[in-house]
Design a protein around this ligand. Structure first.
Ligand code: ADP
Ligand code: MG
Length: 243
Protein backbone atom coordinates (compact mmCIF):
# COMPACT_ATOMS: atom_id res chain seq x y z
CA UNK A 1 0.00 0.00 0.00
CA UNK A 2 1.16 3.48 -0.81
CA UNK A 3 1.08 6.24 1.77
CA UNK A 4 -0.40 9.36 0.23
CA UNK A 5 -0.41 11.64 3.27
CA UNK A 6 1.45 11.42 6.55
CA UNK A 7 1.12 14.02 9.28
CA UNK A 8 3.44 13.87 12.24
CA UNK A 9 2.77 16.15 15.19
CA UNK A 10 1.18 18.84 13.02
CA UNK A 11 0.81 22.10 14.91
CA UNK A 12 -0.88 25.25 13.65
CA UNK A 13 -1.46 28.45 15.60
CA UNK A 14 -2.90 31.79 14.68
CA UNK A 15 -1.08 34.18 17.01
CA UNK A 16 -1.78 32.91 20.51
CA UNK A 17 -4.56 30.63 19.37
CA UNK A 18 -3.37 27.07 19.03
CA UNK A 19 -5.74 25.48 16.52
CA UNK A 20 -4.03 22.17 15.71
CA UNK A 21 -2.20 20.70 18.67
CA UNK A 22 -0.18 17.82 17.32
CA UNK A 23 -2.02 15.87 14.63
CA UNK A 24 -0.79 12.43 13.57
CA UNK A 25 -2.56 10.93 10.59
CA UNK A 26 -1.75 8.59 7.73
CA UNK A 27 -3.91 8.33 4.62
CA UNK A 28 -3.28 5.41 2.27
CA UNK A 29 -3.82 5.35 -1.46
CA UNK A 30 -7.54 5.07 -2.35
CA UNK A 31 -8.55 5.57 1.26
CA UNK A 32 -11.50 7.84 1.97
CA UNK A 33 -11.13 9.62 5.29
CA UNK A 34 -14.02 11.67 6.63
CA UNK A 35 -13.00 14.34 9.07
CA UNK A 36 -15.77 15.29 11.46
CA UNK A 37 -16.03 17.49 14.52
CA UNK A 38 -17.75 20.54 15.94
CA UNK A 39 -17.49 23.93 14.32
CA UNK A 40 -14.20 25.55 15.31
CA UNK A 41 -12.43 22.27 16.05
CA UNK A 42 -9.84 22.90 13.31
CA UNK A 43 -11.12 20.84 10.37
CA UNK A 44 -10.71 23.54 7.71
CA UNK A 45 -7.34 24.53 9.10
CA UNK A 46 -6.18 20.93 8.84
CA UNK A 47 -7.27 20.71 5.18
CA UNK A 48 -5.69 24.08 4.42
CA UNK A 49 -2.40 22.87 5.91
CA UNK A 50 -2.63 19.74 3.73
CA UNK A 51 -2.88 21.96 0.67
CA UNK A 52 -0.28 24.44 1.99
CA UNK A 53 -2.74 27.30 1.98
CA UNK A 54 -1.65 27.63 5.61
CA UNK A 55 1.86 27.02 6.80
CA UNK A 56 2.12 24.77 9.84
CA UNK A 57 4.12 25.98 12.84
CA UNK A 58 5.31 22.56 13.86
CA UNK A 59 5.39 18.94 12.86
CA UNK A 60 5.83 17.41 9.46
CA UNK A 61 3.72 16.82 6.37
CA UNK A 62 4.64 14.08 3.92
CA UNK A 63 2.90 13.92 0.56
CA UNK A 64 3.37 10.64 -1.28
CA UNK A 65 6.24 9.73 0.97
CA UNK A 66 8.14 12.97 0.61
CA UNK A 67 8.51 15.47 3.46
CA UNK A 68 7.35 18.88 2.27
CA UNK A 69 9.53 21.84 3.09
CA UNK A 70 7.33 24.90 2.49
CA UNK A 71 10.33 27.22 2.46
CA UNK A 72 12.19 25.44 -0.31
CA UNK A 73 9.76 23.23 -2.21
CA UNK A 74 7.65 24.38 -5.13
CA UNK A 75 4.26 24.44 -3.42
CA UNK A 76 2.43 24.91 -6.71
CA UNK A 77 3.77 21.56 -7.87
CA UNK A 78 2.55 19.92 -4.67
CA UNK A 79 -0.84 21.63 -4.96
CA UNK A 80 -1.22 20.04 -8.39
CA UNK A 81 -1.23 16.69 -6.61
CA UNK A 82 -3.70 17.80 -3.96
CA UNK A 83 -6.97 19.17 -5.33
CA UNK A 84 -9.40 21.01 -3.11
CA UNK A 85 -13.10 21.78 -3.25
CA UNK A 86 -14.49 24.42 -0.92
CA UNK A 87 -17.90 25.19 0.52
CA UNK A 88 -18.18 28.17 -1.79
CA UNK A 89 -17.38 27.27 -5.33
CA UNK A 90 -15.29 30.28 -6.35
CA UNK A 91 -15.91 29.70 -10.06
CA UNK A 92 -14.76 32.46 -12.39
CA UNK A 93 -18.07 34.21 -13.18
CA UNK A 94 -16.91 35.70 -16.49
CA UNK A 95 -15.88 32.31 -17.89
CA UNK A 96 -18.07 29.53 -19.21
CA UNK A 97 -18.15 26.16 -17.50
CA UNK A 98 -15.68 24.75 -20.01
CA UNK A 99 -13.37 27.75 -19.67
CA UNK A 100 -13.43 27.36 -15.89
CA UNK A 101 -12.37 23.74 -16.18
CA UNK A 102 -9.53 24.27 -18.67
CA UNK A 103 -8.14 27.42 -17.04
CA UNK A 104 -5.65 25.85 -14.63
CA UNK A 105 -4.41 23.03 -16.89
CA UNK A 106 -3.77 25.50 -19.71
CA UNK A 107 -2.38 28.39 -17.64
CA UNK A 108 -0.54 26.53 -14.90
CA UNK A 109 0.35 23.18 -16.39
CA UNK A 110 0.71 24.43 -19.98
CA UNK A 111 -1.45 21.62 -21.31
CA UNK A 112 -2.23 22.25 -25.02
CA UNK A 113 -5.67 23.85 -25.26
CA UNK A 114 -7.14 21.16 -27.54
CA UNK A 115 -6.12 18.44 -25.12
CA UNK A 116 -7.40 20.41 -22.13
CA UNK A 117 -10.77 20.86 -23.85
CA UNK A 118 -10.99 17.15 -24.66
CA UNK A 119 -10.20 16.21 -21.06
CA UNK A 120 -12.56 18.86 -19.67
CA UNK A 121 -15.43 17.48 -21.73
CA UNK A 122 -14.79 14.02 -20.31
CA UNK A 123 -14.80 15.44 -16.79
CA UNK A 124 -18.04 17.33 -17.43
CA UNK A 125 -19.56 14.06 -18.63
CA UNK A 126 -18.37 12.39 -15.46
CA UNK A 127 -20.04 15.02 -13.23
CA UNK A 128 -23.17 14.99 -15.41
CA UNK A 129 -22.79 18.47 -16.88
CA UNK A 130 -21.80 17.76 -20.46
CA UNK A 131 -24.69 19.91 -21.64
CA UNK A 132 -23.60 22.96 -19.68
CA UNK A 133 -20.14 23.54 -21.11
CA UNK A 134 -21.02 26.87 -22.74
CA UNK A 135 -23.08 28.19 -19.85
CA UNK A 136 -21.85 30.83 -17.39
CA UNK A 137 -21.82 29.94 -13.68
CA UNK A 138 -24.52 32.51 -12.92
CA UNK A 139 -26.99 30.33 -14.80
CA UNK A 140 -26.25 27.18 -12.78
CA UNK A 141 -27.79 25.85 -9.59
CA UNK A 142 -25.58 25.52 -6.52
CA UNK A 143 -25.28 21.79 -7.02
CA UNK A 144 -24.26 22.25 -10.63
CA UNK A 145 -21.70 24.91 -9.65
CA UNK A 146 -20.21 22.58 -7.09
CA UNK A 147 -19.95 19.79 -9.65
CA UNK A 148 -18.13 22.19 -11.98
CA UNK A 149 -15.81 23.01 -9.09
CA UNK A 150 -15.12 19.30 -8.68
CA UNK A 151 -14.45 18.89 -12.41
CA UNK A 152 -12.17 21.91 -12.29
CA UNK A 153 -10.15 20.41 -9.44
CA UNK A 154 -9.96 17.05 -11.25
CA UNK A 155 -8.71 18.74 -14.40
CA UNK A 156 -5.33 19.10 -12.71
CA UNK A 157 -5.21 15.31 -12.33
CA UNK A 158 -4.65 15.34 -8.58
CA UNK A 159 -3.68 12.21 -6.69
CA UNK A 160 -5.55 13.40 -3.60
CA UNK A 161 -8.80 15.34 -3.28
CA UNK A 162 -9.76 17.43 -0.27
CA UNK A 163 -13.37 18.48 0.28
CA UNK A 164 -14.24 21.15 2.84
CA UNK A 165 -17.98 21.01 3.52
CA UNK A 166 -18.66 20.83 -0.19
CA UNK A 167 -22.40 20.48 0.36
CA UNK A 168 -22.95 22.79 3.34
CA UNK A 169 -23.94 25.83 1.29
CA UNK A 170 -26.42 23.93 -0.88
CA UNK A 171 -30.18 23.74 -0.69
CA UNK A 172 -31.09 20.34 0.74
CA UNK A 173 -32.47 19.02 -2.54
CA UNK A 174 -29.13 19.71 -4.27
CA UNK A 175 -26.92 17.93 -1.74
CA UNK A 176 -27.43 14.45 -3.10
CA UNK A 177 -26.20 15.16 -6.65
CA UNK A 178 -22.90 16.43 -5.27
CA UNK A 179 -22.55 13.55 -2.83
CA UNK A 180 -23.22 11.18 -5.72
CA UNK A 181 -20.33 12.71 -7.66
CA UNK A 182 -18.08 12.39 -4.61
CA UNK A 183 -19.17 8.80 -4.09
CA UNK A 184 -18.31 8.03 -7.72
CA UNK A 185 -14.83 9.42 -7.24
CA UNK A 186 -14.36 7.31 -4.13
CA UNK A 187 -15.46 4.22 -6.04
CA UNK A 188 -12.90 4.95 -8.73
CA UNK A 189 -10.22 4.81 -6.07
CA UNK A 190 -9.47 8.48 -5.52
CA UNK A 191 -7.71 9.19 -2.23
CA UNK A 192 -9.98 11.62 -0.41
CA UNK A 193 -10.10 13.62 2.81
CA UNK A 194 -13.63 14.88 3.28
CA UNK A 195 -14.80 17.33 5.90
CA UNK A 196 -18.53 16.84 6.13
CA UNK A 197 -21.61 17.08 8.29
CA UNK A 198 -23.30 14.41 6.19
CA UNK A 199 -23.03 11.51 8.60
CA UNK A 200 -24.84 9.10 6.29
CA UNK A 201 -22.30 9.85 3.59
CA UNK A 202 -19.44 9.33 6.04
CA UNK A 203 -20.91 6.06 7.18
CA UNK A 204 -21.46 4.74 3.65
CA UNK A 205 -18.42 6.05 1.83
CA UNK A 206 -15.61 6.57 4.32
CA UNK A 207 -13.11 3.87 5.06
CA UNK A 208 -11.98 5.75 8.12
CA UNK A 209 -13.63 8.45 10.21
CA UNK A 210 -11.52 10.86 12.20
CA UNK A 211 -13.02 12.96 14.98
CA UNK A 212 -11.31 16.24 15.65
CA UNK A 213 -11.97 17.87 19.00
CA UNK A 214 -10.39 21.12 20.05
CA UNK A 215 -7.37 20.69 17.78
CA UNK A 216 -6.68 17.04 18.56
CA UNK A 217 -7.71 13.81 16.90
CA UNK A 218 -9.37 12.03 19.77
CA UNK A 219 -10.91 9.17 17.82
CA UNK A 220 -10.13 7.42 14.55
CA UNK A 221 -11.86 4.26 13.47
CA UNK A 222 -13.26 2.32 10.52
CA UNK A 223 -16.54 4.02 9.58
CA UNK A 224 -18.91 1.33 10.80
CA UNK A 225 -17.14 1.03 14.12
CA UNK A 226 -17.00 4.80 14.52
CA UNK A 227 -20.76 5.11 14.24
CA UNK A 228 -21.83 1.96 16.06
CA UNK A 229 -19.29 1.87 18.85
CA UNK A 230 -17.67 5.26 19.47
CA UNK A 231 -15.20 5.06 22.35
CA UNK A 232 -14.74 8.62 23.56
CA UNK A 233 -17.44 10.48 25.48
CA UNK A 234 -16.89 13.54 23.23
CA UNK A 235 -17.49 11.42 20.15
CA UNK A 236 -20.60 9.93 21.67
CA UNK A 237 -22.10 13.31 22.46
CA UNK A 238 -21.07 14.68 19.05
CA UNK A 239 -22.83 11.81 17.32
CA UNK A 240 -25.95 12.24 19.42
CA UNK A 241 -26.38 15.79 18.20
CA UNK A 242 -25.07 15.23 14.65
CA UNK A 243 -27.06 12.21 13.51
P1 ADP B 1 -13.66 24.19 11.61
O1 ADP B 1 -13.40 24.11 10.15
O2 ADP B 1 -13.54 22.89 12.32
O3 ADP B 1 -14.95 24.87 11.93
P2 ADP B 1 -11.46 26.08 11.59
O4 ADP B 1 -10.27 25.32 11.19
O5 ADP B 1 -12.12 26.93 10.55
O6 ADP B 1 -12.52 25.10 12.27
O7 ADP B 1 -11.10 27.03 12.79
C1 ADP B 1 -10.49 26.56 13.98
C2 ADP B 1 -10.16 27.77 14.85
O8 ADP B 1 -9.16 28.54 14.20
C3 ADP B 1 -11.33 28.70 15.10
O9 ADP B 1 -11.24 29.16 16.42
C4 ADP B 1 -11.10 29.81 14.13
O10 ADP B 1 -11.66 31.01 14.57
C5 ADP B 1 -9.58 29.88 14.08
N1 ADP B 1 -9.07 30.38 12.78
C6 ADP B 1 -9.23 29.78 11.59
N2 ADP B 1 -8.62 30.47 10.61
C7 ADP B 1 -8.05 31.55 11.20
C8 ADP B 1 -7.28 32.66 10.76
N3 ADP B 1 -6.93 32.78 9.46
N4 ADP B 1 -6.87 33.57 11.67
C9 ADP B 1 -7.21 33.44 12.97
N5 ADP B 1 -7.94 32.42 13.47
C10 ADP B 1 -8.35 31.49 12.62
MG1 MG C 1 -14.55 24.62 8.49
Amino acid sequence: MKEMIRLEGLVKSFGDLKVLKGIDLVVQESEVVCLVGASGSGKSTLLRCLNFLEENNGGKIYIEGKAVDPKNDDLNKIREKVGMVFQHFNLFPHMTVLENVIEAPVQVKKVPKEQAIREAKELLLKVGLEEKEDVYPGKLSGGQKQRVAIARALAMKPDIMLFDEATSALDPELVEEVLRTMRGLAEEGMTMVVVTHEMNFAREVADTVVFLHDGNIIEKAPAEQFFTNPQQPQTQSFLQTAV
